[in-house]
Design a protein around this ligand. Structure first.
Ligand code: ZN
Length: 153
């Protein structure tokens, strides 16, 4: 696929998640709820994490802001729900690496699935925070939920 074709495919994936977000809405039960802002763009997210032992049983959220921030929340929930915390954290780290790559990294589709669509965002420093907002909220809420449930270690 040529670069412009890939770019428009990526835009389509992002718009699709923006228009039809997955796992949206705040649900019970949950162990931790956080509210994160991206003041430079005006994006906001309220996010809840529900753990079942070591598994991310549910991630629910409400938010508003630009298409990148909202689509990223939708993609993130697809990637972490149902995974062990360790595995979900590894995906988070891979996404962080992609965002810090300035467009130089070939995204790993096996790990990142639809999140590969944000590869181009890493070339625009002002938008990276949009793409990372939901992931940072998830990381924060998960750490609190682990504390709440006593954790395993
Ligand atoms: Zn934004």
């Amino acid at each position: 696929m040529s670069a412009p074709q890939l770019e428009s495919l990526y835009q389509e994936i992002i718009l699709d998640h923006y228009r039809k977000p997955h796992h949206r809405g705040l649900r019970d039960p949950y162990e931790a709820e956080v509210h994160h802002l991206n003041p430079t763009c005006g994006d906001e997210i309220t996010l809840r994490v529900h753990l079942d032992g070591e598994t991310v049983a549910d991630v629910s959220y409400e938010g508003h802001g630009c298409s990148i921030s909202q689509a990223s929340a939708s993609v993130m929930t697809d990637l972490v729900i149902g995974k062990p915390i360790g595995e979900a954290t590894a995906v988070h780290e891979e996404f962080l690496r992609l965002m810090q790559s300035k467009g130089e990294l070939e995204p790993d589709e096996d790990v990142l699935e639809d999140a590969v669509a944000f590869a181009g965002v890493s070339r625009y420093p002002a938008r990276i925070k949009c793409a990372l907002l939901a992931w940072m909220a998830w990381k924060d809420a998960t750490a609190q939920a682990v504390d709440q449930t006593g954790g395993s270690e």
